[in-house]
Design a protein around this ligand. Sequence first.
Ligand SMILES: C[S@@+](CC[C@H](N)C(=O)[O-])C[C@H]1O[C@@H](n2cnc3c(N)ncnc32)[C@H](O)[C@@H]1O
Length: 494
Amino acid sequence: MTAALAQDLAAAPYTVEGLEEAWGRTAADALGRDDPEPALAELARRAPSAAGVLGRLLVLGDPVDGSAAAAALPRLGLDGAEALGLLRVEDGRAIPLVDVRPYALADESGVASWWIVSDQGEVALGGELPEEHVLGAGAASSTLAQVLVPTGDGVVLDLGTGSGVQALMAARTAGRVVATDVSARALRFAALNAELNGVHLDLREGSLYEPVAGERFDRIVTNPPFVITPRGADGVPAYTYRDGGFAGDGLVEAVVRGARDHLTDGGIAQLLGNWEVTGDQVAARDRVLGWADGLDVWVVQRDLLDPAQYAETWVRDGGAQPGTRRFRALVRAWLDDFAARGVTAVGAGYVTLRRPSGAPTLRRFEHLESPVGSGVGAAIAAGLAAHDRLAALDDARLAGQVLAVAPDVTEHRHYWPGDADPTVLELRQGTGFARTRRVDTVTAAVVGACDGELPVGRLVAAVAELLDADPGTTTAAVLPVVRELLVEGFLTFR
Ligand SMILES: C[S@@+](CC[C@H](N)C(=O)[O-])C[C@H]1O[C@@H](n2cnc3c(N)ncnc32)[C@H](O)[C@@H]1O
C-alpha cells in the first residue's frame, strides 16, 4: 500500500513545485504565514489537478469529493488511503486525517526530496493542537538541517525523531541511522515515512538516551523538545513535540550532558536548544558551556528573548489566540514560572558538541542574530578543523603559515563625508554565518595581503613597516585576530 501511495504522489506530481503550480506563488507564501484562504481560493478558480486535490486534502486539511480523491490516488484507492490512516470516507466525502507534505532540500550531500506524513496542524484542525501532536517538517527542522556538519557514512542517532525528518536526511549518506522517540505515535509516522521514502531506519521507543544505552554514534542529531514549560500550573498543555517534561531548561541540559557517553572519539552531536538566563550574560554562558563537561563545545545563540516574548511565542504556537482569556492565563503561568527561578531572558540557538580523543580544547559561545547564508554546516565543520590546526600552532609557527582570504569575503569602508580615510572598516562574508567583522587598518591590510603566497608573519612585518609601527607589538596584536578570522572562515590555510 505504501508503495502505491508513493507512486500516486510521484505521478501527481506531489512536489514543492507541483503544489506551487496548483495554487501559485502568492498562495504558497500565504500558507507559510498559516493562511490557507488564498490557496483555497485559487484551487476553486483553477482546473482541478491531482496535485491540487491532494494539496487541498493533505496540506490544507479541507475535505474533497470522494471521486476526486480516488482519481488523485488511482493506485492506492480510497480503501488503501483509509487503511493507511490518511483519510476517512463519510457521505461520499474524503475527510483528511493527517498532513502529507513534499519536503525538498539542497546541501553539500546534494539535492533530495521526501514526503513527510505527520499530524494535522492548526490550519487543518482550525484550533489548538492536541498534546500528542506529531510535528511534520517545521521551521526548526529546517534550521537544524541547515547547520548540520556533513553527516558522513558513520552511524547516526536522531534523538526525538518525530515524523523522522532528520533521520531521513542523515540516511542519505550514513551507514546506519538509529531514530528514537518517547512517543509511539511519532514512531508510527516515522516508520510510514521511512517506507514511503524507501529508507531503512532503526526505530526505537524511549526517553532521551534510554533506547541506546551503551551505544556510541559518529553523529547525534537532535531537535529535542526544548520549550521551557511551567510545571504544575493549571491548564498548561504538555505537548510531547516540544516539552520534555523537565523543569526549566533541564531537558536541554540532559541532552547535552548525555552526549559524551554516546559519541565515538571525534564524534559530533548537534542540537537546537533554549537556555535560561538567570544572572548576567557571562554566568548564563558559563552555565550552558558547563553542561558540556569533557566535550568540545560551540554554542551559537541566535536569539535572546525576554520572558514575555518567550511566553507569547509558545502560547501562540499551541494555538491559543492573543486577546483571549486563555492566552492571558497561559502567558501568566509562564511569567510566574520564570519569576520563580529568577529567569530574566531565554537564549535560543544551536549547539555543536564534539568528543575529543584527549582533553577538550574548544569552548566557544557566541551571540549571532544576523541572518545566516548557505553552508552553515560546512562553516561549522571548517571552523572545527581550523580550531584543531590552530591548537597545535604557537604564535611563532602560526606566523610561518601561508594564508588566503576566503573567496566569499569582501571589504567595506565607511567614510565621514569629505574624509580621505575611512572611519570604519568591515570584512563581510557572503556565505556560511555571513558574519560582518569590524577590523582595524593593520588587520585589513594583512587580510588584504593574504593571497596564498607569503607567510602571514612576513605580511604583518611588511604592513608594520609601511605604517611605521613596531613589528613585535603589531604581530602580538594581529595574530590573535588572525586566529579568530581563521576559525570564523574569513581566512583559510593554504
Ligand atoms: C521538536 S520535535 C522534533 C521532531 C523532528 N526530529 C524534527 O526535527 O522536526 C521533538 C521530538 O522529541 C520527542 N520527545 C519528547 N520528549 C522526549 C524524550 N524525553 N525523549 C525522546 N524524545 C522525546 C517528541 O515526541 C518529538 O517527536
